[in-house]
Design a protein around this ligand. Structure first.
Ligand code: OFO
Length: 163
């Protein structure tokens, strides 16, 4: 069994990952409505990854003999007005999730929960990668200044994910 403190932060993290899924589904929906097929497909792939992340922690909690307790997921608060905003929102969201994961790891250290530490190390590396990916697309979009031809080119590049 996990300690109460360890359980509480991990159980909350299942919900944070499901919130991430919602955020990416919303970003996919905005992109699809603008006919940005590449953006939409990239965001849908990311939403699927977030579900996998949630289930990794979900299954870890169950393997430890605890019960997952889901809570409600709020409507994503996003204010998207342009393609560059899509990746701004992604990076901002990932920075928040990184902090959540680091907070979980802080508890795992304090609680001397070695198995949670090992499990969370995967997430620490994953967050580094997710922030770096979102930042690199954002940097491109910002340097290309949202011009129609550059958005067309980035959209084509984004479509390659999972293709
Ligand atoms: Fe689960 O990594 Fe993004 O949020």
């Amino acid at each position: 069994m996990l300690s109460k403190k360890m359980y509480d932060v991990l159980n909350a993290q299942v919900n944070h990952e499901l919130e991430s899924e919602y955020v990416y589904l919303q970003l996919a929906a905005w992109s699809a409505a603008q006919n940005l097929e590449g953006f939409a497909s990239w965001m849908k792939h990311q939403a699927e990854e977030e579900r996998v992340h949630a289930m990794k922690i979900h299954d870890f909690i169950i393997d430890n003999g605890n019960e997952v307790e889901l809570s409600g997921i709020d409507k994503p608060k996003l204010n998207i007005k342009s393609p560059v905003d899509v990746f701004r929102a992604s990076l901002k969201h990932e920075q928040k999730i990184t902090k959540n994961i680091h907070d979980c790891y802080t508890v795992a250290l304090a609680e001397k929960c070695y198995r949670s530490q090992v499990m969370l190390q995967w997430f620490i590396e994953e967050q580094l990668e997710e922030e770096a990916t979102a930042k690199s697309v954002l940097d491109k979009l910002e340097s290309l200044k949202d011009s129609p031809s550059s958005i067309y080119w980035v959209d084509k590049e984004l479509k390659k994910r999972g293709a």
